[in-house]
Design a protein around this ligand. Structure first.
Ligand SMILES: Nc1ncnc2c1ncn2[C@@H]1O[C@H](COP(=O)(O)OP(=O)(O)OP(=O)(O)O)[C@@H](O)[C@H]1O
Length: 224
């Protein structure tokens, strides 16, 4: 199944602070990769967390196929997968265990979880690191493990937050190709990045400056 995620005039603040996103709209559709760009602090992570149901907007809405996302549980049920910027891995588990735990928590049977884990780590070039503890992996290997976990979940919406920041040029290209493959599979992919070349290769771009959408390349964000 494929799903469209729509961000409609969203305003988000942390606690009682000033909004860090103001009236931002975006649309990610199946088969496409949407780049979210902008300088450090512009609000890219905040936008992805809001799309993942981890932050609640004070105005506007995020919907998946018309259903409003109110919290993370609902987003998970809608197959919205987040690969976070800080990788979110358990340091004292192995690379494979990190992927398998996520799959089993998502209702995948253990044999299928083992199969998908091996396949996904292999796609990221990590077959040799399967049984290594995450804390023993390099920063780039950890980042690729987090991506492997995200891909193994086979989400309908894949939110990838700065997932190439620690990678060398060849791994960076490999990950961009994998995001493209996810879109080809039918996922709606959102990729927050500082890399203008990577963004240029995406189907659409939302550029944030100080929490506002300044330049939008690609389809109309909310279809009106
Ligand atoms: N937990 C938090 N509490 C309060 N303010 C926060 C919190 N997280 C982020 N912010 C603020 O929200 C704004 C947007 O931050 P965000 O992390 O979304 O930006 P970003 O574009 O992802 O930056 P970077 O490229 O550096 O990752 C910044 O001003 C930041 O200081």
């Amino acid at each position: 199944m494929s799903r469209t995620i729509v961000v409609d005039e969203v305003t988000v603040a942390y606690g009682s602070g000033e909004p860090v996103l103001t009236g931002v709209s975006a649309r990610a559709t199946p088969g496409q990769v949407l780049a979210v760009t902008g300088p450090s602090g512009a609000g890219k992570t905040t936008l992805l967390w809001t799309m993942a149901g981890l932050l609640r907007p004070s105005a506007g809405s995020v919907t998946v196929d018309g259903e409003q996302i109110r919290d993370r549980d609902f987003a998970v049920a809608q197959q919205v997968v987040l690969v976070p910027q800080d990788n979110g891995l358990a340091a004292i588990l192995t690379a494979a265990e990190n992927v398998q735990v996520a799959l089993i928590a998502g209702g995948v049977t253990p044999p299928e979880a083992r199969r998908r884990t091996a396949e996904s780590l292999e796609r990221l070039g990590l077959s040799g690191q399967t049984d290594q503890l995450v804390e023993e992996l390099s920063g780039g290997q950890q980042q690729r493990t987090a991506i492997a976990r995200g891909l193994a979940l086979h989400g309908d919406v894949l939110l990838a937050d700065e997932v190439t920041s620690e990678l060398d040029a060849s791994n960076r290209q490999k990950v961009i190709d994998l995001l493209r493959e996810e879109a080809f599979r039918g996922a709606a992919v959102v990729f927050a990045t500082h890399d203008p070349e990577a963004a240029a290769a995406c189907d659409a771009e939302l550029h944030l400056v100080d929490g506002r959408a300044e330049v939008v390349r690609g389809p109309s964000p909310v279809g009106h």
